[in-house]
Write a protein that binds this ligand. Structure first.
Ligand code: CA
Length: 286
């Protein structure tokens, strides 16, 4: 008798129970200051000389995406596998083959996943591919780790961040070096030993992974802006001083220290530098 009276109440409680998981999408946008940046758009005033430039590539890998709860605890985002994310890694791809860009039309500007239902106040993630997934073959890896454009065979891994600019007037290079129309920023782990194609474990002395934390971030109303203006603020993008054209994470490349400071990385150790990255900010979603 008592059970019969309680059953409707139990059913009500069951209906009112909050969902165990909540959906989250973390949105990214490419900017040059307060202006939208992208393929086919002129980017005015970049670098120490305020040079106009066109974008020819802009992509980055993210991992270890987590929301921060009220107690300051990082709660990892559960990220379903799909064309743009697998194994907890996502590719943000601003490149759409327009203008000077030479990749594919498809783009992706968000990471989607779930977290246990609750209240969250912050966001953290890493720009980079975690070690176990980084040194795998792009031929056999699932998307988005199969991207040829983001593979970095000579460093046995992936480019974590790839920004390529075509400045007006091109890039002047040291005498004898091949001319370049682009200033390349390729970030990835360096100082790597071990050949994964022969089953060897790979170890890199300079990880070059960027740790990002926004203590106050609301995924529903805000997005992460990747801002080219501060990224190249201390760099003359019309000049290559040697090594790779631009900075391809070379520890001896004179073009790397300035841009690495803005990335929030210590070039010689490949570890996070004091002050963190200076090219990312939180802004309202449109
Ligand atoms: Ca260089």
């Amino acid at each position: 008798m008592l059970l019969r009276r309680l059953l409707p109440l139990l059913a009500l409680v069951a209906c009112a129970a909050p969902p165990a998981e909540q959906s989250v999408d973390v949105s990214f946008v490419l900017k040059a200051g307060d202006k939208p940046a992208g393929c086919g758009l002129e980017l005015p005033g970049l670098g120490t000389k305020g040079t106009a430039a066109h974008l020819s590539d802009a992509r980055l890998y993210l991992g270890e995406v987590a929301l921060i709860d009220a107690a300051g605890k990082r709660v990892p985002l559960s990220i379903p596998d799909g064309p743009w994310q697998s194994g907890g890694v996502a590719l943000i791809d601003f490149e759409n083959a327009a203008g000077a860009c030479r990749g594919t039309q498809a783009t992706n500007t968000r990471v989607v996943g779930t977290v246990p239902a609750g209240r969250y106040s912050g966001l953290s993630f890493t720009i980079g591919v975690p070690v176990p997934l980084n040194h795998t073959s792009h031929v056999t890896a699932p998307p988005p780790l199969d991207s040829v454009a983001m593979s970095w065979s000579w460093q046995a891994g992936r480019k974590f961040l790839k920004i390529e600019l075509d400045p007006a007037g091109g890039v002047s290079r040291p005498k004898g070096a091949r001319p370049s129309s682009s200033w390349y920023l390729h970030l990835g782990s360096t100082g790597c030993v071990g050949d994964p194609s022969h089953g060897e474990a790979v170890a890199c002395s300079r990880p070059n992974r960027i740790l990002v934390e926004f203590p106050a971030f609301d995924t529903r109303t805000q997005q992460v802006a990747v801002d080219l203006l501060p990224l190249f603020a201390a760099t003359d993008i019309t000049l290559d001083q040697g090594g790779a054209p631009g900075c391809m994470s070379g520890v001896d490349d004179a073009d790397c220290p300035a841009v690495f400071r803005q990335l929030g990385l210590d070039l010689s150790s490949g570890r996070p530098a004091d002050g963190g990255p200076k090219f990312l900010r939180v802004e309202a979603r449109p």
